[in-house]
Design a protein around this ligand. Structure first.
Ligand code: HEM
Length: 489
């Protein structure tokens, strides 16, 4: 089997002219936004390091813009990964993919207006009833514009997911068949059942509910904003908001990892047959990611104890199984494959590392005893930046490079890639370890002004961020040029 050869660019993945244009918009927009938001992130980190001074009012505006835009943009980019592969197996309508993009752009514009014109600075988590209590820093219009931005982006995602759901049901009859759950307890697993379909089904089920929870929270918060006498239970609102936030952030890596199962076999010559273990892993994740949300509220004494306990158990169940099956596949796939490294295979391997290392601090923090110490410290920024910068982003870059370098004769790693990739990795490590180290020292997150005793962590973090941005500038330029050149073919 290991000598099997795979076509790098199979015919059933060929993009029509319109599809290529749509994908280019997704990819190039994501790259531009990543660079811009990383620059804003650097301003924040340098302000904490006392190398710059954004001022506290601007710091929180930047933090809000950075958090909200980064999460929605990585979600938009990994949606493109899911679309790229899922459309081979089920019928998808290009218009829903385009509508999702247009609503994303409109949503980001609303968020930018809310933050930079209206002064909204209530963080991307828009914790109820915070948006309505600005202490004079922003008005209702700014808070509403921010939340409506989310609603617009969420609507696009829901439309796209409905199209995916319709396509999956049309082809496989129901979600159970598509997820492969019919083989959970027996029967011969169809080895050719596509991983892209299993993962997309899990994502559609779980993230649909997550986005819906967010939409409900936004509508209720908007009602409270304009009719303050109508109030809601803050605990329920927090559960809804974190259900949305946690789910959307997790879905990014799940959508992105589809590219790993699809692309790696082509670059290593090793197949990815469907197995019962794989189906179990995604079924467990699909269920636990929906109910894991109470782990964000360990410190909220009003939350019933059984919910906190469930949150802790599911934190362990959610992360491990899918990671385990993916790690096993990636490692056995690259080990002595005899194939040269390429940007997609190197980026996928990097992503596996980032994902692995990123979930360890996450699972630790999802454990009540640890959370008592690490809650709302820089540890939290450390774990999610780890898995986003070194996990989710490289997964998306892998497909971007795969598509962008199609017109070239060779897919080998270029000399400049050999510099940019380690630079990004090294910068990323310095950056996230500075967050984790500060967290371990008890440095609180979301403070614009830092105590002098914390500043060395901030300086190290700022240097790491500069290196990430250098690597990122190269990725963005080389991918964009490749995509545009390919379009002219
Ligand atoms: C060079 C790259 C980056 C830099 C320098 C950076 C910097 C920062 C800083 C300084 C904070 C606030 C830390 C604090 O709590 O005090 C932050 C928060 C955050 N960042 Fe990043 N970041 C980068 C990349 C990313 C990426 C790639 C993503 C997601 C795809 C991301 C998502 C977030 C989120 C969601 C928050 C939380 C905001 C909040 O607490 O409300 N960041 N970042």
């Amino acid at each position: 089997m290991s000598n099997m050869s795979y076509e790098l660019y199979p015919e059933d993945e060929r993009l029509t002219g319109k599809e290529q244009v749509a994908l280019n918009f997704y990819f190039i927009t994501a790259l531009l936004v990543f660079v811009a938001m990383m620059a804003l992130g650097l301003v924040m980190r340098m302000t904490q390091a006392k190398w710059a001074d954004a001022g506290s009012v601007m710091f929180y505006r930047i933090m809000t813009m950075h958090g909200a835009t980064m999460i929605t943009t990585i979600s938009m980019a990994s949606t493109a990964v899911m679309w790229y592969f899922l459309r081979k197996y089920v019928r998808l309508h290009l218009w829903t993919f385009i509508v999702n993009y247009v609503l994303y752009v409109l949503g980001i514009v609303q968020i930018a207006v809310a933050v930079f014109a209206g002064g909204y600075a209530g963080a991307w988590t828009m914790l109820y009833p915070f948006p309505a209590h600005s202490m004079g820093l922003w008005d209702n219009f700014a808070a509403a514009s921010f939340m409506l931005g989310y609603l617009t982006i969420g609507t696009g995602l829901l439309i796209f997911y409905l199209d995916c759901a319709a396509g999956i049901i049309e082809k496989y009859g129901n979600f159970t068949n598509a997820l492969g759950a019919i083989w959970l307890f027996g029967g011969e697993v169809d080895k050719n059942h596509p991983a892209a379909v299993v993962v997309s089904t899990a994502v559609v089920i779980a993230n649909f509910l997550g986005v819906l929870a967010g939409a409900i929270a936004v509508v209720l918060s908007l009602i409270n904003l304009y009719i303050p006498s109508i109030q809601f239970d803050p605990l329920v609102m927090k559960e809804l908001i974190y259900w949305f936030g946690h789910m959307v952030a997790n879905a990014t890596i799940l959508m992105g990892v589809i590219g790993c199962y699809e692309l790696l076999p082509r670059y290593t010559g090793r197949p990815h047959p469907m197995t019962r273990g794989f189906i179990w892993a995604y079924s467990i994740t699909c269920v636990s990611v929906i109910f894991v949300v109470p782990h964000h509220l360990f410190m909220d004494f009003a939350q019933p104890e059984w919910m906190a306990f469930t949150g802790q158990l599911l934190s362990w169940g959610e992360g491990f199984p899918v990671f385990f099956v993916t790690a096993y596949f990636v490692l056995t796939s690259i080990y002595r494959s005899g194939k040269p490294w390429t940007m997609p295979s190197a980026l996928i391997t990097l992503a596996l590392f980032g994902w692995a290392a990123g979930i360890v601090p996450a699972i630790l923090d999802g454990t009540i005893m640890v959370n008592r110490y690490m809650h709302n410290t820089m540890w939290v920024d450390g774990h999610f930046h780890f898995y986003l910068i070194l996990g989710a982003l490289p997964l998306v870059f892998a497909l971007m490079y795969h598509v962008a370098r199609r017109h070239l004769r060779t897919v080998r790693v270029w000399a400049v890639d050999k510099v940019a990739l380690p630079l990004y990795l090294f910068g990323g490590l310095v950056f996230v370890l500075a967050f984790l180290g500060a967290g371990q020292d008890g440095v609180p997150r979301r403070y614009s002004v830092h105590d002098l005793a914390w500043v060395s962590w901030d300086k190290a973090g700022s240097i790491g961020a500069m290196l990430i941005i250098l690597g990122m500038l190269y990725f963005a330029t080389s991918i964009t040029l490749g995509l545009l050149q390919r379009s002219r073919e």
